[in-house]
Design a protein around this ligand. Structure first.
Ligand SMILES: Nc1nc2c(ncn2[C@@H]2O[C@H](COP(=O)(O)O[C@H]3[C@@H](O)[C@H](n4cnc5c(=O)[nH]c(N)nc54)O[C@@H]3COP(=O)(O)O)[C@@H](O)[C@H]2O)c(=O)[nH]1
Length: 957
């Protein structure tokens, strides 16, 4: 129980009561003499609290007791009492007898006691209060510090009154003055965004409905600066005993930074996700621990051919992703060491096993607390291929450029200066690369004709290019060359240039001219050929017509030239043709044309002849005779003295034809007539000759069909031994019975067969027919294998067939004719062509048993040298010698010589064309007993021939 410490104790009626109150007061109380400061009275509480006994303290001052910690403080207190006559709570710090420091609050007043001024002082011990206050202060301070360090503002809303307390921080967060806020709820939250305020109300309404009391809400405070501050409010709702909301208090935290950071993180994550998903480059995330793919983007799937679900959860090793595992290990180590890899070229395998080259960048990242590798790939396969292709193409171009046989230059278009030239340029112009780089074509005077150069530039400007322009270029030695020039514009490193290709066509042009010349000239004689002749003839026909003049076409064919060619060889034949050419050219005028049609056929075109047809005919005939005589002059070749005669046919222009073909055909017909007339003659064309030519053509056409129509047959002419008139053989001779014109002359149709080449096919038929007949006669026992031979004529063309030997052996096998029964009659023409080959063929057949007879012996250039080498069995003395031998000593002498030659070589001799007993006698006299001729029998059909053979009985005997 306390009393007013200001009331002084009275020494009146209530003195005991006062003294009792003084002494039992809970606060320490003292009465001191104002002037001396000595204690006059003190109570028990003083003794308790300060430790001095009453006896010790009375009569002594507080200073003497050492009660004050600060004497200044004491003085200020005394001054205050003096001034105000009382003090009402003066805080002081006192020290007890034990030395303890006490906080105290002093109340006091001045009184009169016993006439002297005294001070009554009550000392209330405030030590505990001060300690509590200090603890509270400390606690508050700590709270403030905690709130401050947590940057939390606090607020406390008294719901019934609507008043709200907000800490200074909370106020500042709401952009209110920086001090504690005491005011209405609405004012505190005035800055809250409208939408958020609405949400805030809804949140509170939900909370008020219960049962929850904890509240957390984030809202935006709209600042004057326009910025937005995100605040997070956490609070608890306190309710009254009825559950009605009473109070809500909580904290406020500025989370703007966090929100923005989260947003930025979210945006960044979204950005990464969209970058990851939308990246055109493959990206994957794989785990370091086990190498398993954690994430792959669509581009990764499309590039490497995997579905995400097929590869995620599997390691690169399991799906065979790396083409080179050593490289994988190396790069993994490098990544673990450096934490990243940049642009490493690596080859990977697609799901299909195809190799893809990528540039790879990798870095380590954390995903869900797991260390992973983020790798991005750039597929450079195509680029590398393209680069390789480009490199190859550049190399190819460089190779093509430098190794081209053509001259190639690159010049700067604007200045015309050479940038690059190749070896071909050096070859064509003689200038080395180092001599021309930086120079211009004009400067080194490359172009021979300035106009051609200007033309080229004009074409380039007009068309943008130049293709195959023929120009003349100058070599550094001054020689001019024809070149084929092409120019294309190109761009090199942004500079407009010209690529010029020049091909030396000088040789080509010369070759073309040569080819042109050869196309119109005969290679052997260099005379105009048929084409040029026809061309000139065409021109002359028109010219002669215009000037009413005449001309003539002389067709010359050398008599028996083929024979000479065959017997003396082609080189002799060629020399003859060249000599004939020289003689003809020397005999005609400059304006006339001597042409060679081929073989031994020449044509002379005479022009500009004045006069009537008759006069012209006379003139031309005279010239033709002159030519004939000239050509007939003997020629000395290879030691041979040869005489060549021509058969000449003449067609007059325009009398015998208006076109080159007609005229040539008619001159040819006239020439054939000259041949038929015994050769070495001149014939002028006449209408009647056309008929003969047509007849020959008809003959050839008929022959072409004769084989198919089975119009051919064979006659057999016996060969007889004159000593006993025994038939020792037969010659098979071809006969043709035309279905309407009857039997045809063998001499003429066989020549047509040979000329046309039909003899090959027909000759094969003859051989087959003869072999079959021989086999039949043998089989029938009509002939004797030991004493009979069947002769068949073989023409040169037939013998020269590449498979002649094989064909004949096959035929003998097929017909079962013993080869020794067959005798092939060949002419010198066959022998002389390719002697070695002829001998080889003959020997192969002779090995099989086939015999050979040399036909028409004596008419050719019979040579003992050849004859000695030839594997022949007999010689047939030509009938031309036999015919006149009885009357002509020359022929008789020839017959004798042939017989002697035959005997000396051990050959059998058969005389042909024996018609009279005189001839037979002469032959017998010379020692030739075998003969063939009308004397014994003409060639006869098979059945007639069989009739001539001795009967089978005779054969047997
Ligand atoms: N390549 C082939 N040539 C053949 C073939 N058949 C015949 N010929 C050759 O045709 C030329 C003309 O033959 P041909 O008219 O049959 O004349 C032969 C005899 O009939 C004729 N001869 C026979 N004896 C006499 C006679 O006493 N007097 C006379 N004036 N003529 C007679 O001689 C020709 C046979 O000559 P050769 O062949 O040289 O022994 C002729 O060159 C035939 O070779 C054939 O199938 N293929």
């Amino acid at each position: 129980m306390s009393r007013d410490p200001h009331t002084p104790p009275h020494a009146s009626d209530g003195q005991d009561k006062f003294a009792k109150a003084f002494h039992t007061a809970p606060d320490a109380m003292v009465i001191t003499d104002r002037d001396s400061g000595k204690f006059l009275e003190l109570n028990a509480s003083f003794v308790d609290r300060f430790g001095w006994s009453r006896e010790e303290a009375l009569g002594r001052t507080s200073v003497q007791l050492g009660l004050w910690r600060s004497l200044d403080e004491r003085q200020r207190m005394l001054d205050k009492i003096t001034a105000e006559r009382q003090i009402d709570g003066f805080d002081v710090t006192l020290i007890t007898r034990a030395g303890e420091v006490r906080s105290a609050r002093v109340y006091g007043c001045q009184i009169e006691q016993d006439g002297r001024p005294c001070l009554v002082l009550t000392v209330r011990d405030m030590t505990r209060v001060r300690a509590q206050e200090s603890a509270l202060r400390d606690s508050q301070e700590r709270l403030d510090l905690a709130l401050d360090s947590a940057q939390l503002g606090i607020w406390d809303w008294h719901i019934p009154s609507g008043l709200l307390y907000g800490s200074a921080r909370a106020a500042v967060l709401h952009e209110l003055p920086d001090r504690d806020f005491h005011g209405p709820f609405g004012e505190f939250f005035a800055c809250v965004d409208k939408t958020d305020r609405q949400r805030m109300r809804q949140a509170y309404a939900r909370l008020a409905r219960g049962p929850e009391n904890d509240y957390q809400f984030t809202y935006r405070a709209q600042l004057d600066s326009g910025e937005v501050r995100y605040l997070e409010s956490r609070a608890r709702l306190y309710r009254d005993s009825h559950g009605k909301p009473l109070r809500m208090a909580g904290t406020l935290l500025d989370i703007t930074e966090r929100v923005l950071r989260e947003r930025s993180l979210q945006a960044s994550e979204e950005k990464f996700a969209s970058l990851f998903q939308g990246s055109p480059d493959p990206i994957c995330v794989s785990r370091v621990r086990d190498g398993e793919f954690v994430e792959v983007n669509p581009s990764f799937c499309s590039t490497f051919g995997w579905l995400a679900e097929d590869i995620i959860g599997r390691s690169s090793h399991q799906v065979t992703f790396w083409a080179d595992h050593h490289q994988r290990s190396r790069l993994f180590e490098q990544l673990m060491r450096d934490h990243s890899l940049q642009n490493v070229e690596v080859q990977f395998l697609t799901r299909e096993g195809q190799t893809i080259t990528c540039m790879v960048a990798s870095r380590l990242i954390w995903v869900d607390r797991q260390l992973c590798i983020l790798s991005s790939f750039r597929d450079v396969t195509r680029r590398l291929q393209a680069e390789a292709a480009l490199k190859a193409s550049q190399e190819k171009f460089a190779k093509a450029f430098h190794s081209s046989p053509d001259a190639i230059t690159i010049t700067e278009r604007e200045t015309g200066r050479y940038i690059e030239v190749n070896e071909g340029f050096h070859r064509l112009t003689g200038y080395r690369t180092d001599e021309v780089i930086g120079q211009t074509a004009l400067g080194i005077n490359i172009w021979a004709d300035p106009d051609e150069r200007l033309n080229m530039i004009a074409a380039l400007n007009r068309d943008g290019f130049v293709h195959h322009l023929e120009m003349r270029g100058r070599h550094r030695d001054g020689t001019i060359k024809t070149v084929d020039v092409s120019v294309e514009p190109i761009e090199l490193g942004g500079v407009n240039c010209l690529l010029l290709t020049a091909r030396d066509t000088s040789e080509l042009r010369e070759a073309e001219a040569r080819i042109q010349h050869l196309a119109y000239h005969d290679a052997l004689t260099d005379l105009p050929n048929r084409a040029l002749l026809m061309d000139r003839l065409k021109q002359q026909i028109a010219l002669l017509q215009r000037h009413s003049l005449r001309g003539a076409l002389l067709f010359l064919d050398l008599d028996h030239f083929k024979h000479i060619n065959d017997s003396l060889g082609h080189s002799v034949g060629d020399s003859i043709l060249q000599m004939v050419t020289a003689r003809l050219e020397a005999s005609v005028r400059q304006e006339d044309t001597v042409a060679r049609l081929g073989g031994d056929e020449f044509v002379v075109l005479l022009t500009g002849i004045e006069g009537s047809r008759l006069e012209t005919a006379q003139q031309v005939r005279q010239l033709a005779e002159k030519l004939r005589d000239l050509l007939a002059e003997p020629m000395l070749l290879d030691g041979h003295r040869l005489q060549i005669t021509p058969s000449i046919g003449i067609a007059l222009i325009p009398d015998d034809g208006a076109t080159p073909d007609d005229l040539l055909k008619r001159a040819d017909i006239a020439m054939y007539r000259a041949k038929d007339a015994g050769r070495n003659t001149v014939q002028l064309f006449h209408e009647s000759m056309q008929q003969a030519a047509s007849e020959r053509l008809r003959l050839e056409n008929g022959l072409r069909m004769a084989l198919a129509r089975r119009e051919f047959n064979l006659h057999y002419q016996p060969q007889v031994d004159a000593r006993d008139s025994r038939i020792v053989g037969a010659e098979a001779l071809l006969r043709w019975r035309h279905p309407t014109r009857g039997p045809q002359s063998p001499a003429s149709f066989i020549r047509v067969l040979e000329d046309s080449g039909l003899i090959v096919e027909v000759g094969q038929w003859v051989l087959e027919e003869a072999c079959r007949t021989g086999a039949r006669l043998l089989a029938e026992g009509r002939i004797d294998l030991e004493n009979f031979s069947l002769s068949v004529n073989i023409s040169p063309r037939q013998f020269r067939q590449s498979d002649f030997v094989e064909r004949l052996l096959a035929l003998l096998h097929k017909t079962r004719l013993p080869p020794s029964l067959l005798k092939l009659e060949i002419t010198e023409g066959i022998v002389i062509q390719q002697l070695d080959d002829t001998i080889a063929r003959m020997e192969r057949l002779r090995e099989a048993g086939v015999q050979f007879a040399m036909d028409d012996f004596g008419t050719g250039y019979s040579s003992l040298t050849y004859l000695k080498r030839l594997p022949v069995d007999s010689l047939k003395i030509d009938q031309s010698f036999v015919r006149d031998a009885p009357n002509d000593s020359n022929d008789a002498e020839i017959v004798r010589a042939i017989v002697a030659m035959g005997h000396s070589l051990g050959l059998e001799l058969v005389a042909e064309g024996v018609e009279t007993p005189e001839q037979l006698a002469l032959l017998a006299e010379q020692g030739c007993h075998l003969y063939q001729g009308y004397l014994f029998s003409r060639p006869v059909p098979l059945e007639d021939f069989i009739a001539l053979l001795p009967g089978r009985e005779q054969q047997a005997t």
